[in-house]
Design a protein. Structure first.
Length: 151
């Protein structure tokens, strides 16, 4: 029974992180912490690192704190919660930083309908370089209209 609860917490946390990514992106990154996120919307960067990476660091700290609490206390569900956040962070890095923004030149020729839709939605998001008027704030779950076959 504990395994089922562990897996439910892990997958539930991973899924909830998509909502958190959307919420954080829309209301915090494009809100009061725009100063940390705006360099991500510039075409040319001064450095490989962006101030925007601070958001990744925040969630990594939350994940590590959950691991620590799971190891040091009877808060055993810190482990599946921490692993759920970690797994989402890995997915985010692979999809957003590597696949979409090509921080490493991998997955350049992905020709799958889902990959094209995610890339298309993110491109529309970056079409807006200012703080307001944005759309498509999620990462893995994007509106169906971006999955339509476009030539």
């Amino acid at each position: 029974m504990k395994t089922i609860i562990w897996l439910a917490l892990f997958f539930g946390t991973f899924s909830f992180m998509e909502f958190m990514a959307w919420f954080t992106h829309k209301y915090i990154m494009h809100g009061f912490l725009w100063s940390l996120h705006q360099d991500h919307h510039k075409k040319d960067h001064d450095s490989w690192f962006e101030r925007n990476d601070a958001f990744f660091i925040f969630y990594a700290i939350v994940s590590m704190a959950l691991f620590y609490s799971g190891a040091q206390t009877s808060f055993w569900y810190g482990w599946p919660l921490g692993f759920g956040i970690l797994a989402y962070g890995i997915a985010y890095f692979l999809v957003h930083d590597i696949f979409i923004h090509q921080r490493f030149k991998l997955f350049r020729n992905a020709d799958h309908w889902y990959a094209k839709g995610v890339r298309r939605a993110h491109k529309i998001h970056h079409k807006h370089i200012g703080k307001g008027d944005g759309e498509c704030f999620g990462m893995l779950v994007v509106p169906f209209k971006y999955f339509k076959n476009k030539k």
